[in-house]
Design a protein around this ligand. Structure first.
Ligand code: HMG
Ligand code: MG
Length: 286
């Protein structure tokens, strides 16, 4: 029998562009999202409603959301760090929002200016309002294996934070190798710990590809039962608070990799190649 379906969640408009130092025109961002919609994605992460002081590139989040064409069958998701972000996301008609925590205390401070415990407190009203409004809530855990400031992270840490996000009602938790330096051995050990608390069908893999091991990390994740992976058209991306991190694993590479293993993704490769080529033209060399 066929191994089944893999969902690739497209990150280029958000994780892909957030790290670019030169501002990408809003119209180009909208064009990118529209081209990605034509590829047949189930989910696209469009932008972030974060502080423009922290991430100037995402300051046009509302305009991007207002300008995109919505393909029936695609969910348009956004990142929200707090209530202010959620209110703007609701106003913009986001189908899904994502909160983002970290398995590393130092990264949490650098990225969202608070401790892990404080971040969970801050997410509590966000989660409550999402439940009330019937908005899907996704959770990220950053630095699941490596932190740019603390080095190796013990598996118990992401397992604990994933559990906290689960308690908040996240339907899915995306496990981020934020700096793309995780080895398959480390990722496997991390997954073993997380899977003691959260089932594989509610986890996603979010691999940056700095060391070129992202596909190997997807392979161990597939073996552990994960079927959702974040990818970025053209391999764009990085986090402004994770110096030296490369982009998310290239969506086309993920698609080819899982397709070769017999999984179906539902993506149109020819259209994806066009979208990836366009995405690469938006790279300013950050
Ligand atoms: P803060 O400075 O502690 O908070 O930042 P604040 O409440 O004092 O706000 C500072 C200013 O921002 C204020 O403006 C607020 O009004 C404004 P002022 O009064 O000074 O004029 N502000 C906002 N504006 C718009 N939208 C909002 C918002 N919130 C406050 N939602 C805060 C705390 C969390 C806001 C800040 O640290 C922040 O925005 N951080 C976001 C950093 C970020 O976006 N990082 C990249 C995404 S995470 C990632 O890439 C990892 C991931 O890909 C997974 C992986 O790879 O591991 C997801
Ligand atoms: Mg990321």
């Amino acid at each position: 029998a066929a191994p089944g379906h893999v969902t690739i969640v497209e990150m280029a408009p958000r994780d892909g562009l957030q790290n670019e130092s030169a501002l990408v025109p809003t119209t180009e961002k909208i064009r990118l999202v529209d081209m990605l919609s034509d590829c047949g994605y189930e989910r696209i992460e469009v932008t972030s409603f974060v502080s423009p002081k922290w991430v100037p590139q995402m300051a046009d989040a509302a305009e991007v959301m207002a300008g995109i064409r919505r393909r029936p069958g695609t969910r348009y998701a956004v990142l929200t760090p707090n209530m202010r972000g959620l209110e703007a996301a609701l106003e913009a008609g986001a189908d899904e929002v994502a909160i983002f925590a970290s398995a590393s205390e130092t990264f949490s401070q650098k990225n969202i200016n608070c401790s892990i415990a404080e971040s969970i407190e801050r997410f509590l009203p966000v989660a409550e309002l999402c439940r009330e409004k019937g908005i899907l809530l996704r959770g990220y855990v950053s630095c699941v294996v490596e932190c740019p400031y603390e080095g190796a992270i013990a598996p118990a840490s992401p397992a604990r934070v994933a559990d906290l996000l689960d308690d908040l009602g996240c339907y899915e938790i995306s496990l981020g190798d934020t700096i793309g330096r995780g080895t398959p051995e480390a990722v496997d050990a991390m997954l073993a710990a997380v899977l003691e608390r959260i089932p594989a069908n509610r986890l996603a893999g979010h691999f940056h590809d700095t060391s070129g091991r992202a596909l190997d990390n997807i392979a161990v994740s597939l073996d552990r039962g994960l079927r959702v992976f974040d990818g970025s058209a053209g391999g764009l991306g990085g986090c402004p608070y994770a110096p030296g991190a490369a982009g998310n694993v290239d969506t086309l590479a993920v698609n080819a990799f899982v397709t070769a293993k017999g999984f179906a993704t539902g993506l149109d490769v020819a259209k994806l190649e066009q979208a990836a080529a366009f995405a690469r033209t938006l790279r300013t060399g950050s």
